[in-house]
Design a protein around this ligand. Structure first.
Ligand code: CIR
Length: 270
């Protein structure tokens, strides 16, 4: 409406999503520990269900083609960050993933007026949690101090404040251990809760033995949660969240969860 200020969308409100089809090479995806390889068919089925869940939650999904040269490229969250204000091309900390950035760059240039590029160091999107209070950047084996500071500077250019925090030792990404449930509430593992990073939030801690459930994903009214985690599903259900259980058994074998498979933003021109 002319003369009316736009009301900013809540941090979990998204109308636009980018995903990338898994390639046959996904079976060779990186993993910290060998718990057996995923099958291509398994990952594809999980990915298809994920796309459907995004659409049911009200987002328009752009599906990019598979990239056989990059086994982990189905995890589009890591090479870039996206916001209503613009996109940031990152520098993933795993050498085999660095060039995924060049593969996604043309799409982001097509879809965003502003596209920044991380100047230095390394940073993975999996280490970045966007909350209503600001953006949290977790230091990890993939995101180093130089990358985190460079990212902070890029975020400032987009008008977003951020803070650099620690990821518990041995945890792949900051968001491996947490997700946002609403403006005030995070779902977290007890090891991350203990670090004190979420003091300002209401915290829901995943039950012991279901740590991988912490990488859930709120999209509009729906909280997507791994279907292998019944106690977490029950806890969220009882707390009044609309839970959509999604299978993550195969992608879990290559250290992924639900946030990893998409880039999400609210496009106010839509
Ligand atoms: C990797 O090690 O890079 C992939 N196998 C898993 C990436 C998961 N991404 C994420 O948590 N954002």
């Amino acid at each position: 409406m002319e003369g009316t200020d736009l009301i900013p969308a809540a941090v979990f409100e998204f109308n636009s999503v980018i995903v990338r089809e898994p390639s046959l090479s996904v079976v060779n995806g990186l993993r910290a520990e060998d718990r057996g390889s995923p099958t291509y068919e398994g990952v594809k089925a999980e990915h298809d269900a994920y796309i459907e869940a995004m659409q049911s939650a009200g987002a328009k999904v752009t599906v990019l083609p598979p990239l056989p040269a990059f086994p982990d490229s189905v995890f589009v969250e890591d090479p870039a960050l996206v916001f209503s204000e613009g996109a940031i091309l990152l520098r993933p900390g795993a050498p085999t993933r660095l060039k995924e950035v060049d593969a996604i760059a043309p799409t982001l240039h097509d879809m965003f007026d502003v596209v920044l590029r991380l100047a230095d160091g390394y940073a993975d999107g999996g280490d970045v949690l966007t909350t209503a209070r600001g953006v949290m950047i977790g230091l990890s084996a993939r995101t180093d101090r130089v990358g985190a500071e460079a990212l902070k500077a890029s975020l400032e250019k987009l008008g977003r404040k951020s803070e650099v925090v620690a990821t518990p030792e041995g945890v792949l990404h900051f968001k491996t251990d947490c997700s946002l449930l609403d403006e005030e509430t995070v779902l977290t593992t007890s090891r991350l809760a203990r670090s004190g990073v979420f003091k300002a939030f209401r915290q829901m801690v995943v039950p012991e033995g279901e740590e991988a459930a912490a990488n859930a994903l709120r999209v509009n009214d729906v909280v997507m949660v791994g279907s292998d985690f019944p106690r977490t599903i029950e806890m969220l259900d009882k707390a009044g969240y609309q839970v959509a259980p999604l299978k993550t058994t195969d992608i879990g074998k290559i250290d992924a969860g639900l946030s990893c498979m998409s880039l999400r933003w609210f496009d106010d021109k839509m």
